[in-house]
Design a protein around this ligand. Structure first.
Ligand code: SAM
Length: 199
């Protein structure tokens, strides 16, 4: 019979508690919310804070794995008194698991996600066919998936995944939704952007 070690059992308990805490925070913040703009890997929250301030009618949600980056995002939110913005320290897969299915995405944004350049690490990239399907399942027709990276191979991979996906269509004529330089964008000389529409 398969036995789990004590360390593994502790890790599973921590994960369950983490998801429970995240679920409770989301349920209290997002009461009555049905549509959001979602940013995965929001870092310090530069882009999302600016976007939320310029678009007060849009409920914006950003997640990141790193606590201190989320704290910086929350500081920006507090300074500007934004009520339409929430940041969560969360891993992408866990966030999507916990987010109520009744909440859909009008737009999903990934800005300068970690490229994981080595082929054996590609499965750690946030963009994966399964992720695109999950986002498509939460996005109405016409909704957008917006991706920007300085890493050409990651950009090409994303365009390829989108082109192969039955529910997304790259829209070369679609404007970038909102320009505001992120921390990582400020470090890069060049970058590549793609917008896809849910079909
Ligand atoms: C290179 S930084 C870019 C941050 C920000 N978007 C910017 O442009 O300044 C990538 C961010 O994605 C976050 N990240 C990577 N994998 C993640 C995952 N699976 N779930 C949530 N956040 C993730 C990292 O913690 C990091 O802050």
């Amino acid at each position: 019979m398969h036995q789990i070690t004590e360390a593994h059992a502790r890790e599973l308990a921590k994960q369950a508690q983490r998801k429970e805490d995240l679920r409770a925070a989301i349920e209290s913040d997002l009461v009555g919310v049905h549509r959001i703009l979602f940013e995965a890997g929001c870092g310090h929250g530069h882009w999302l804070t600016d976007f939320a301030e310029a678009n007060p009618e849009t409920l914006c949600v950003g997640i990141d794995l790193i606590s201190w980056r989320i704290r910086k995002g929350n500081d920006k939110k507090a300074k500007r008194g934004l009520k339409n913005l929430h940041f969560y320290k969360a891993e992408l897969g866990e966030f999507l698991e916990v987010l109520p299915k009744s909440i859909s995405f009008e737009r999903t944004v990934l800005l300068f996600p970690d490229p994981w350049p080595k082929a054996r690490h590609h499965r750690r990239r946030m963009v994966q066919p399964g992720f695109l399907s999950e986002v498509a399942g939460r996005t109405d027709r016409g909704g957008e998936f917006c991706f920007r990276s300085d890493d050409r191979p990651y950009y090409d991979w994303t365009v390829e995944c989108l082109n192969e996906h039955a529910e997304w269509q790259v829209d070369e004529s679609a404007p970038w939704p909102y320009e505001s330089e992120t921390y990582f964008q400020s470090l890069m000389d060049e970058f590549f952007s793609v917008v896809a529409k849910r079909i």
